[in-house]
Design a protein around this ligand. Structure first.
Ligand code: SF4
Ligand code: SF4
Ligand code: FES
Length: 388
C-alpha cells in the first residue's frame, strides 16, 4: 500500500494519531510503516533473522523520493524525540498550545509575552527537576482554591492561567520580602535583585535584623526548643561562614532554603546525598549528616551544589578569599569555554579568568553531557594550568 500526503494511515487505513498532534515529521511517524512498497522497516532481506536493535521509531519521509530496500537498510533508522500531544490553555486570556507535560512556567517561557516570560523564580533551574519550594513563581489558575507554583504544575487542556492579578503580585512580593528580611540577599542573582525592586520589596518593614547566631548555634536547635521572638527585631538566619575545607565555603546567612543544593547533591545530579534539610520551621537549615564538617561528611567535593546555589551561599574557597580581600571583580572577568582534559567524557568547562588567573569554573546548563554539573576534577582541578 502506498500513502501520500499529510495524515498517517494506520492499520485499516484510518489515522491512529490524535487529531491534535503537531503535523511534522514526528506525527508522520505514527502508523506510517507502510508508506512505500517493500519490506516493513526493520525487516531484513538478507536472510539474517536477528532482531534489529533500533531504539527509536523508524521514519519514512513522505516527501522524499522512494528508495530501494538496500538504500533504506543502509541508511539506518532516524531517531526522533517522543511524540507529544498538544494541550490548549489561556495565559491572561490569550490561547496558547504547548506540548503535553509542559509546566505552566514552560508555557510562559515559550508562548508568553515578555512580561509573562519574566515570571520570577528562585528554586527552579532549567537543568533540574522542579523543586517547588520557594513559591515565588505562583500564578492563579481558574477553579483552583490556592495559587499554584507555575514551575511545577503541568498544563492541562482548558486551563485558564492569570499572571497579572493583585493576588499574584502580592504573594510574590511577600515571598521576596520575607526572604529579604531574614536572609542576606546581597549576592542573589541579578534577576532576583531586579524582581525585588520591581515587586516593591521593603525588607525593613519587619524591623531591624536580630543579631546573628553564634557559630553552630542554629545547627544545634531542635524543633520546639526555640523562644518567641522579642517583636522588636526581625528574626534572621545570620551566622558565621563555615570554612572547613580547601575547596568551598558555606555561608548560610545567605541561604533561602531553595533545596537546589540538596537535589543537585542527590537525585538530580550527583547521587551522593551528603546534605539535606535539618530542623523544622524557621530553624530549618541545610546540613550534613550529624552537622559534621564537610571533610567528615559524605561530600565528594563535586561542587554541583555551588553551581546551582542562587544566592551565593555556596561559593568556591578562591572566590571567598578574593571577596574577603576586596579583589573579586566579576565585571573584569572573561569566560572561555573549553573541554575538560581529565577524562574522555567531554564535559564543557567555562573558565572564569580575572587578571590572567582562573578564579572559577562552571559548566553550561544546556550542555548535553554535563547539564551544568561537573566532578571535583573539572570544577576545582585547574591549578596545574597556572602553577607551572
Ligand atoms: S560538593 Fe557535591 S557531594 Fe559535596 S555537598 Fe556539594 S553536591 Fe554534595
Ligand atoms: S545553600 Fe544555596 S542552593 Fe542550598 S538551599 Fe541554600 S540557597 Fe539554596
Ligand atoms: S520557582 Fe516555582 S516554587 Fe520556586
Amino acid at each position: 500500500m502506498t500513502t501520500t500526503g499529510k495524515g498517517p494511515a494506520g492499520p485499516g487505513g484510518g489515522s491512529t494519531a490524535p487529531a491534535d498532534l503537531p503535523v511534522d515529521g514526528a506525527s508522520e511517524a505514527a502508523g506510517s510503516t507502510a508508506l512505500h512498497d517493500g519490506p516493513p522497516p526493520g525487516e531484513r532481506t538478507d536472510g539474517d533473522t536477528r532482531v534489529p536493535t533500533a531504539v527509536g521509531p523508524t521514519v519514512v519521509d513522505p516527501v522524499a523520493p522512494a528508495r530501494g530496500p538496500e538504500e533504506r537498510l543502509s541508511s539506518g533508522p532516524v531517531m526522533l524525540g517522543p511524540i507529544r500531544r498538544r494541550v490548549s490553555l489561556t495565559l491572561d486570556g490569550r490561547e496558547v498550545r504547548v506540548p503535553e507535560g509542559a509546566t505552566i512556567l514552560d508555557a510562559l517561557h515559550d508562548e508568553g509575552t515578555p512580561e509573562q516570560a519574566d515570571t520570577p523564580t528562585i528554586c527552579w533551574a532549567p537543568n533540574m527537576d522542579p523543586i517547588n519550594a520557594c513559591r515565588v513563581c505562583v500564578v492563579e489558575v481558574e477553579g483552583s482554591r490556592a495559587l499554584v507554583p507555575s514551575c511545577a504544575r503541568q498544563c492541562e487542556d482548558g486551563m485558564a492561567v492569570r499572571t497579572d492579578t493583585e493576588k499574584v503580585k502580592h504573594s510574590r512580593r511577600m515571598v521576596l520580602e520575607l526572604l529579604a528580611s531574614s536572609v542576606d540577599m546581597d549576592r542573589a542573582s541579578a534577576d532576583v535583585q531586579r524582581w525585588m525592586d520591581e515587586y516593591g520589596v521593603d525588607a525593613q518593614r519587619y524591623g531591624p535584623p536580630a543579631p546573628p547566631a553564634a557559630a553552630g548555634e542554629r545547627d544545634r536547635r531542635h524543633a520546639g526548643h526555640h523562644h518567641a521572638p522579642d517583636g522588636a527585631t526581625a528574626a534572621t538566619v545570620h551566622q558565621p561562614v563555615k570554612v572547613d575545607n580547601d575547596l568551598y565555603v558555606r555561608d548560610y546567612s545567605r541561604c533561602v532554603l531553595c533545596y537546589k543544593c540538596v537535589n543537585a547533591c542527590g537525585s538530580d545530579a550527583q547521587f551522593t546525598f551528603a546534605i539535606t534539610a535539618a530542623g523544622r520551621g524557621f530553624d530549618a537549615r541545610i546540613a550534613t549528616e550529624y552537622d559534621n564538617p564537610l571533610p567528615e561528611s559524605a561530600c565528594v567535593y563535586c561542587g554541583n551544589c555551588i553551581g546551582v546555589c542562587p544566592t551565593g551561599a555556596l561559593i568556591s574557597r578562591r572566590e571567598y578569599e578574593l571577596r574577603e580581600a576586596g579583589d573579586w571583580h566579576p565585571e573584569e572577568q572573561t569566560v572561555s569555554t573549553t573541554v575538560c582534559s581529565f577524562c574522555g567524557v567531554g564535559c564543557n568547562l567555562e573558565l572564569h579568568v580575572q587578571q590572567n588567573e582562573i578564579v572559577n569554573v562552571t559548566s553550561p546548563a544546556d550542555h548535553s553531557v554535563t547539564h551544568g554539573h561537573l566532578c571535583i576534577k573539572g570544577r576545582f582541578g585547574f591549578q596545574h594550568v597556572q602553577n607551572l
